[in-house]
Design a protein around this ligand. Structure first.
Ligand code: SF4
Length: 420
């Protein structure tokens, strides 16, 4: 079962009768001689067990010299001069936890091997996301909780739960915010109607809308103000799109793709402008704009692209590594538009790709035969999650880390005055 170059034969570990239906996933292995071996792949093991419906706990696991232990298993992996381990123990009951633990260990050991991780750069946080998180963090530091935030401040489950643990309260709509309280608007922006409701409820608003989203709102007002029909290219239901549509709802129509363009009927085809969501796929959007230009030869657009620098850079950086990779992993949450676009881009480049919230989402079957893993992260995903993925993979065998930087980003946005 272990990979011949990287894993020692299985060593029994002390079974744990106190676990009662759950499985202990080892953070470190404690040898009979007092030695300790770290288990950096613990998150991988725990994630697979959770997918198999097993409750997990984390902690140290004692290795046992005696053969015959029936519900504990530990393996040492040689990762190129550094030994790491994988270990599980169950309670020895009939809950099914132990067979699941054994199968999980077998699945991960089957894909234990040395790997190269190709890191796309730029990746992870953009300036707009950093600013939005800083807004909430500064308010919490200065005023303490609760600080209300309308919608997720950025589309990332880890960012949201970190801020929640510090006192942020995330609400869907403003009627959940007590009258007179402070509320932060998320990086994705809101429509004028939301600002008006906040004023009616006498809320103290701190607007964390990304300046590059605010630019698109300003264009929507300007284009509609000169009498144009505004065609917004974007995804229906996305918060950013809802906010932009709200700037000139009577004058704006949403299209998602070239098929929507074909169906468009506009009263005055000579007065048409387009805008886009900031986080779209660059290539696909260009095709929609071309379809619009074909249909409306006098079409006007923004002076500079609405798809933002961060979205563009992350897509170009991924393109630079996708073809060389056996597998692409994109760190980001399922509701993160730019992260989902990265997965789609890698697939269009011909490489299997998966979106992961964190290392625990990686499935062993994805790694089979994958010696080169391309790794990136959407603009709302914290850099520490990327490092955690690399660390977890290093628990399965030596990892050679290769950075592929296509450009440097030095854009920073100042905080709104209310948050300074
Ligand atoms: S992805 Fe672009 S538009 Fe969105 S917050 Fe980041 S910089 Fe702003």
């Amino acid at each position: 079962m272990p990979h011949p170059h990287t894993a020692d034969p299985l060593t029994n570990a002390t079974p744990r009768r106190d676990l009662a239906g759950s499985v202990l996933v080892a953070d470190e292995l404690l040898g009979p001689d007092g030695s300790t071996t770290p288990c950096p792949a613990a998150e991988l093991v725990a994630g697979e067990l959770r997918r198999r419906g097993v409750t997990t706990v984390r902690g140290p696991l004692g290795m046992d010299d005696e053969p015959g232990a029936e519900s504990g298993l530990a393996v040492l992996v040689d990762t190129g001069g550094r030994r790491t381990g994988l270990g599980v123990a169950a309670g020895g009951d009939d809950s099914g936890a132990w067979p699941a633990a054994r199968a999980t260990m077998a699945a991960w050991l089957a894909v234990a091997q040395p790997r190269t991780v190709l890191l796309a750069s730029p990746r992870s946080f953009c300036a707009g996301v950093e600013r939005a998180i800083d807004v909430v963090a500064h308010l919490l530091d200065r005023r303490g909780g609760p600080i209300y935030v309308r919608k997720q401040i950025v589309h990332n489950t880890h960012v949201v739960s970190d801020l929640e643990s510090r006192g942020a309260v995330f609400v869907e709509e403003l009627d959940e915010v007590p009258v007179g309280a402070t509320v932060v608007f998320s990086a994705h922006g809101v429509s004028p109607a939301v600002h008006e409701e906040a004023a009616r409820r006498e809320l103290a608003v701190v607007d964390a809308t990304c300046p590059l989203v605010a630019k698109v709102h300003a264009e929507a007002r300007r284009f509609a103000g000169r009498g144009d029909t505004v065609i917004l290219i974007g995804h229906a239901g996305h918060e950013e799109v809802e906010g932009t549509l709200g700037e000139a709802p009577a004058s704006t129509v949403l299209v998602e793709d070239a098929a929507d363009v074909a169906d468009l009927r506009i009263d005055d085809p000579g007065r048409v402008s387009y805008l886009t969501q900031t986080t779209l796929a660059v290539d696909e959007t260009a095709a929609v704009v071309t379809a619009l230009q074909d249909k409306f030869p006098r079409l006007r657009g923004p002076a500079s692209d609405d798809i933002c620098y961060a979205t563009t850079n992350r897509q170009n950086a991924l393109k630079a590594i996708a073809e060389e990779s056996d597998l692409v992993l994109v760190v980001g949450s399922a509701n993160s538009s730019n992260s989902v676009r990265l997965v789609e881009l890698a697939e269009r480049e011909g490489t299997p790709a998966h979106l992961i919230d964190d290392a625990g989402d990686i499935r062993p079957e994805w790694l089979a035969g994958a010696g080169v893993i391309g790794l990136t992260a959407g603009a709302s995903a914290p850099p520490r999650l990327v490092e955690a993925v690399i660390a977890a993979l290093a628990g399965l065998g030596r990892v050679t880390r290769v950075e592929r930087e296509i450009t440097q980003e030095d854009i920073r946005f100042t905080l709104p005055s209310a948050a300074r």
